[in-house]
Design a protein around this ligand. Structure first.
Ligand SMILES: Cc1cc2nc3c(=O)[nH]c(=O)nc-3n(C[C@H](O)[C@H](O)[C@H](O)COP(=O)(O)OP(=O)(O)OC[C@H]3O[C@@H](n4cnc5c(N)ncnc54)[C@H](O)[C@@H]3O)c2cc1C
Ligand code: SF4
Length: 322
């Protein structure tokens, strides 16, 4: 498979990167390239220009509450200052080798995936393409046909669930200035637009609330091969214990829909009359009901939903006797 030609730009600070982005008509950001470059080789919507963030120092901050977009996943796993839930989740991403190149920003902005899309050019030509990469044919969506307005490709990145469970804030920058929002609000329910980034905007960093250190958590993931596969379902849970009681509980999912899911409202409801194991069972069932995967990844939707219940129970197991 040959890489399609593109012009690579390597600005050495954020201002230059944003100025360049405002000038170019059609481009992609590249950070670690572990997703973008394989997609380019498969001719999945490649652009004529690519802006590398490798030399943009402003994106590399890392502390207990600030995580820059260019921080490598490997460095997240190995930094004692990083919240244990983020470290645990990062350690399940891809393989050791990929984690050394892969970044936080690239993980958050990972392209959505679909059985009909993440295939070679020849394979996709043989089925006459699909809506997300229609090669100017106007091809239909293969998962939900006869609509061609919505792509339901699946968001299969891990970190988002942990960030939502820890009530993180995401920070963006563009030529028009910087803006921030609760992490879950970054995502848009469309497998093609994926998130609220405007043309020329990028993710600069993620921040955790000051009291994140008082929260514990767990991440559970379903995947085909434990060595490196994308999540077919992922559940992150975070909780705060005060005076021997659960003072806060948040649950988030990934790998099942076009966006990660924030189920903290369900978790809050469960806390009202918490009775340990039975409450966990009921909450796990509520999470299963709330998430609606479609048939476009390796495992069938019904199995992924059942596993969401199992993964939620496993993640919340430390709260069984509270
Ligand atoms: C074999 C294999 C297994 C994998 N397994 C997993 C897995 O288990 N879990 C998982 O989550 N991922 C997995 N991945 C996907 C990928 O490796 C990771 O998600 C990685 O973190 C992506 O980061 P990157 O820096 O390489 O992104 P890139 O490939 O550089 O970019 C990915 C996307 O994000 C955009 N982007 C990058 N940085 C920014 C930014 N700062 N602002 C705005 N947009 C940006 C790019 O334009 C591109 O669209 C796997 C990949 C492979 C090849
Ligand atoms: S969900 Fe439909 S449009 Fe989106 S990638 Fe899959 S087949 Fe294509």
């Amino acid at each position: 498979m040959r890489m399609p030609p593109f012009t690579l730009h390597t600005p050495n600070n954020l201002a230059k990167a944003l100025a360049l982005a405002a000038e170019l008509e059609s481009f992609d950001w590249i950070s670690g390239g572990t997703d973008l470059l394989p997609n380019y080789k498969w001719k999945l919507n490649p652009k004529p220009d690519v802006i590398s963030l490798a030399k943009v120092q402003e994106l590399t901050a890392l502390s207990s509450t600030v995580i820059g977009a260019m921080v490598r996943i490997h460095d997240l796993c190995n930094n004692e200052d990083v919240h244990p839930l983020i470290r645990e989740t990062a350690g399940t991403i891809a393989s050791v080798m990929i984690r050394r190149s892969a970044t936080v920003g690239g993980n958050i902005c990972l392209d959505t995936r679909c059985y009909w899309f993440n295939q070679t050019e020849e394979w996709r030509r043989s089925i006459e393409w699909c809506h997300k990469c229609d090669c100017d044919t106007g091809a239909d969506c293969r998962v939900i046909p006869n609509q061609n307005t919505l792509c339901v490709a699946t968001y299969q990145a891990d970190l988002a669930a942990a960030f939502i469970a820890l009530d993180a804030t995401i920070h963006l920058a563009g030529a028009a200035g910087a803006r921030s929002m609760p992490f879950a609000d970054f995502f848009e329910l469309d497998g093609m637009t994926r998130n609220v980034l405007k043309p020329g905007e990028l993710v600069t960093h993620v921040t955790l609330p000051d009291d994140a250190k008082n929260w514990q958590g767990a991440y559970q993931k379903l995947r085909l091969r434990e060595t490196w596969d994308f999540p077919e379902a992922g559940v992150a849970a975070a909780w705060k214990i005060e005076g021997g009681k659960i003072a806060g509980l948040r649950v988030a999912t990934t790998g099942c829909e076009s966006i990660p899911g924030d189920h903290s409202d369900l978790a809050q409801d469960a806390l009202v009359e918490w009775v340990g194991k039975d409450s966990i069972r009921a909450l796990a069932e509520d999470v299963r009901k709330a998430v609606k995967p479609v048939s476009n990844t390796y495992f069938p939707p019904a199995y992924r939903r059942k596993m969401l219940r199992v993964l939620t129970r496993r993640a919340l197991a430390p709260l069984e006797h509270l």
